[in-house]
Write a protein that binds this ligand. Structure first.
Ligand code: M6R
Length: 365
């Protein structure tokens, strides 16, 4: 049932404040301001040697974002690879290692094979899945559910932000259990995380600002997405969403890689979408934006008013987000990225819920 929406994807994008809130209340004790995982970890977090993450597509990008959180907040080294590579890499996995697999459907063939490889290597297996009865859930030692509800649109949206919510909770829980985070750190991070559903709602409220930008992007035949830190995987996700929904060629790049090649592509025909969340690297991202501006680039900024002001460059488009504090900005910045891909595809008359050649669940290699 699409409710009042034209497409399942629109409904699922708009459900995010609710389902991310629901997922967070499953992992956080909001009144105490603490993380409270709904399962006991079957290992001693202090003895963990490292974390390996594997997944496909959008679920992989959730893992890439989580790497920043787990390394920073739990001081655990994270190795991450797409499942179709990881399963054949013959990677040696450390003793007392934790393997995290991520899958909306819980049936993705390569992700399941990655899980089985890690299991054979004696890893603890934790899966972040949306379908409790799935094969991946059944074969895991610990199941961390995303409470996104059924996701019908082929493009993953609400499952992705719920995966981020689970990962963020897990990173805080591991950091606390390993003695890396103090009680005060935990409270601050939980407060920031708990604020994200409201901030996502505020981002959704600005949907009308996305439409003119979408009309502009729809004219392009190639698009570059840039971001740093947690916004780098989000740039990859933005490019994937544009490709799968609108069939426009798009690439995501780490902003710092711009000078190492892609800057040669800059001309006004190729929109460059810069994700500039308010973190410690904002200044660096802004200077990359200015490099694009100096070469006559076609700039679209997704950021706060402060980022807009710092950019001090001519922009073809600006999607303004509220000023937010903290580490978990990717949950909020995911919203305009999804809305942009959605509106580009709708504007171009594409089949948003069922893009050509794609299946919701990839159960063959
Ligand atoms: O069910 P899964 O999360 O394992 O699926 C993984 C990918 O196939 C999936 O995220 C795919 O990339 C989506 N179409 C992205 O929107």
């Amino acid at each position: 049932d699409k409710g009042n929406y034209r497409h399942f994807m629109a409904k699922e994008i708009h459900e995010q404040p609710e389902v991310v809130g629901r997922t967070l209340s499953h992992y956080l004790d909001l009144s105490a301001g603490e993380v409270r995982l709904p399962f006991a970890l079957p290992f001693d977090p202090k003895k963990l040697s490292r974390v390996t993450i594997s997944a496909c597509g959008t679920a992989f990008y959730a893992g890439l974002i989580a790497r920043y959180w787990i390394e920073r907040h739990a001081r655990l080294a994270v190795d991450i690879d797409i499942a179709s590579e990881f399963r054949y890499r013959e990677a040696p996995l450390a003793e007392n290692g934790l393997m995290i697999v991520v899958s909306q459907s819980g049936e993705t063939a390569d992700t399941l094979a990655a899980l089985r490889y890690a299991k054979a290597q004696g890893q603890h297996i934790l899966s972040i899945v949306n379908v409790e009865t799935s094969t991946i859930a059944r074969e895991s030692d610990t199941v961390a559910l995303t409470l996104a509800g059924p996701e019908i649109g082929v493009a993953s949206t609400k499952a992705f932000t719920c995966q981020l919510a689970v990962f963020a909770s897990l990173a805080i829980a591991l950091g606390r259990a390993r003695g890396v985070l103090s009680e005060a750190d935990e409270k601050r991070l939980v407060r920031e995380l708990a604020a994200t559903p409201g901030q996502m709602a505020a981002a959704l409220a600005r949907e009308a600002k996305v439409e003119p930008v979408a009309r502009d992007v729809a004219r392009a035949s190639s698009v570059l997405y840039l971001g740093r830190g947690g916004a780098y995987p989000l740039a990859l996700e933005g490019a994937l969403k544009l490709k799968e929904l609108s069939y426009i060629h798009a690439e995501g790049y780490a902003a710092g890689e711009l000078k190492h090649g892609p800057i040669a592509l800059i001309d006004y025909a190729m929109p460059v979408i810069v994700l500039a969340p308010p973190d410690a690297t904002l200044e660096k991202t802004v200077s990359n934006l200015q490099e694009v501006a100096a070469r006559g680039g076609h700039l679209i900024l997704i950021g706060s008013a402060a980022a807009r002001e710092a950019a001090a460059a001519e922009l073809a488009g600006f999607i303004e987000l509220p000023e937010i504090a903290g580490a978990f900005a990717p949950l909020v910045y995911a919203v305009p990225v999804q809305l942009l891909a959605y509106h580009v595809a709708v504007f171009m008359g594409k089949d948003v819920d069922q893009p050509r050649n794609l299946a919701k669940s990839v159960t063959v290699e």
